[in-house]
Ligand binder design. Structure first.
Ligand code: PAF
Length: 283
């Protein structure tokens, strides 16, 4: 696996591959890689001739007071994991390579509506930062396909919407969430959890599963299901930001006859903010 830090070096490798007729799959990450990321690489290898991964902790998607400074940075371990997983090229830029000026002074991409709801209500500017960096990385890598985990379901929809609205020539390929045996979704931020918090954190998946069970059983009292699971989370010691049943396609509030739903939740536990979701399709 080659590692490049500059856009120029990245462009040179990519030009060679394209001349050779290779298709390119792209896995953008912020590093501190876990099995969820490696699943993206596995899937990427199936979809294209060459796999490019990036590691960049994007300051523009952190709000003031969030964990940008503390976000775990483990580039040597990450590079080794990517190499072992069969990645062909790692793009590992410094901040100045991506944002030669202050991010807030530079052009940005905004996906209105979708970005303002759910996590967007609690993390103002977050999805603008995500859309902007993903657009920039797409322009640098120009992949045929890019892979994103369904754990960040709202992010996935924001990116899909950006790609559709701006006619970006890239296919977005979602990959199912990877979980611990307890159900806890893998996340780089799980490293912030103490051992005790980690067992409590599985409650988020439990409550999503309980809500999914009610939906599958035909219950359409969305507000009551949300209220009940909110109370369950609070009783377990989590502080929910939201627990919400939405339409899978666009995160709109569902009607009783909608068949493809997604239950999304975010909750705080100690200094960690957990997010997770479950898709439910009913006949
Ligand atoms: O999901 C992430 O790790 C980040 O939001 C992404 C897509 C790499 C953009 O910085």
């Amino acid at each position: 696996m080659d590692i490049v830090a500059s856009k120029t070096a990245l462009g040179e490798v990519l030009r060679r591959w394209r001349t050779d007729g290779c298709s390119i799959a792209f896995v953008p990450t912020m590093g501190n890689l876990h099995d969820g990321h490696l699943r993206l690489v596995e899937e990427a290898k199936r979809l294209a001739d060459r796999v490019v991964a990036s590691i960049f902790v994007n300051p523009a998607q952190f709000s003031p007071g969030e964990d940008f400074g503390a976000y775990p940075r483990t580039p040597a371990e990450d590079a080794e994991k990517l190499r072992a997983a069969g990645t062909h090229l790692l793009f590992l830029p410094e901040t100045g390579e991506i944002y030669p000026d202050r991010p807030e002074a530079m052009a940005f991409v905004e996906v209105p509506g979708l970005s303002d709801d759910l996590c967007g209500r609690f993390r103002p500017g977050h999805f603008r930062g995500v859309a902007t960096i993903v657009c920039k990385l797409f322009n640098m890598v120009r992949p045929d396909v890019a892979l994103f985990g369904e754990k960040d379901y709202q992010q996935l929809l924001v990116i899909r919407r950006m790609v559709a609205d701006l006619d970006m020539p890239v296919r977005i390929h979602p990959v199912a969430t990877v979980r611990e045996p307890s159900g806890l979704a893998l996340s780089s931020r799980n490293g912030y959890l103490t051992a005790e918090e980690k067992s409590l954190a599985a409650e988020l998946f439990e409550s999503l599963s309980a809500a999914a069970g009610r939906l599958r059983g035909g219950d359409r009292n969305f507000a009551e299901i949300e209220r009940q699971q909110w109370a369950v989370l609070e009783a377990a010691g989590l502080r929910p930001d939201y627990f919400s049943i939405r339409r899978q396609a666009d995160l709109a509030l569902p009607q009783a006859d909608d068949k493809h739903l997604v239950i999304l939740a975010a909750a705080r536990l100690g200094k960690t903010r957990l997010i997770d979701n479950l898709k439910v399709s009913v006949d």
